[in-house]
Design a protein around this ligand. Structure first.
Ligand code: 2AM
Ligand code: CA
Ligand code: CA
Ligand code: CA
Length: 262
């Protein structure tokens, strides 16, 4: 078994250092932006610096642990044996660049494929969502209730991507019109955190990567929330794909009354 307590202490310190680094770069406007696959797929020098920061920490303190992360092609380990850290150095890069808010560091630690530790750090708010498996999910040290409201669709707030809404993909925009409200933040980890803490009842996205979902996946399972692909199938965190995370009744309604019928 990994030393949960020791790793947790280190990670919390590193997240704070990383957040300081991000905010300093932002304040000094020192960072550069470049395109990856196209004009909406951007990376900044800060994304890369944060990934290097954690890669260096791992190499120094946990050299046998593997790193899976977004920006460096050498961080694309494909199996789950041993201890694997899954990192999104900045989730919500467009928000970081355009809004200087609503972006996060997302980090998950798996041992032989089993989630052990998870962190989503909302950098601008300095809000830390954290989970040691078996001990619950915490927001800045305050435990998230495991028992939660289980609202109907009509009483729910859904978070979904614009692509889903624009295409009425699988009837989900129709479902949104029947919900209480629809929101869209552009940062998958914090959108998952909204469902995890009960500020929203579902989040749906069509194309997410392992580092977008890994930390939220561990937290959702810890709380007994429903988490699957949009077609209801099981998630393999190391694979990219769609996401449907929701409280029980809304998950069921979206799946059976909309997704399966469209
Ligand atoms: P990123 O900022 O780390 O790239 C935006 O809706 C959310 O989806 C963000 O969390 C973003 O993560 C993620 N995402 C995953 N793949 C994406 C892609 N190809 N283009 C834009 N956002 C993507
Ligand atoms: Ca990206
Ligand atoms: Ca991301
Ligand atoms: Ca990212």
């Amino acid at each position: 078994m990994i030393e949960q307590l020791e790793i947790d202490r280190s990670v919390r310190q590193w997240l704070n250092e990383a957040a300081d680094l991000i905010q300093t770069e932002l304040k000094m406007a020192r960072y550069q932006v470049s395109q990856k696959t196209g004009p909406t797929d951007l990376v900044t020098t800060v994304d890369q610096q944060i990934e290097v920061f954690f890669a260096d920490k791992l190499a120094t303190f946990y050299p046998t642990h593997q790193l899976v992360a977004e920006e460096d092609p050498t961080h694309k380990h494909q199996t789950f044996s041993g201890v694997t850290w899954i990192l999104d150095p900045i989730d919500g890069t467009l928000n970081f660049i355009q809004q200087q808010a609503d972006y996060a560091i997302s980090l998950a630690i798996f041992e032989d494929g089993v989630g052990q530790l998870a962190y989503i750090f909302d950098v601008e708010r300095r809000t830390l969502y954290s989970c040691k498996v078996g001990e619950g999910v915490f927001v800045d040290g305050v435990q998230v209730e495991r028992r939660r409201p289980n609202p109907s669709l009509a009483e729910s707030t859904l978070i979904m991507n614009f692509g889903i809404i624009a295409a009425n993909y699988l009837g989900l925009a129709t479902a949104g019109a029947q919900a209480r409200s629809v929101r869209l933040y552009g940062v998958a980890s914090l959108e998952m955190a909204a469902v995890i803490t009960g500020r929203a009842d579902a989040y749906l996205s069509r194309h997410l990567m392992p580092w977008d979902i890994a930390a939220g996946f561990i937290m959702a399972n810890e709380l007994g929330l429903k988490i699957s692909r949009i077609d209801g199938t099981e998630i393999n965190v190391l694979k990219s794909g769609s996401l449907l995370i929701a409280s029980e009744q809304v998950h069921e309604t979206l799946l059976h009354d909309f997704i399966m019928k469209n």
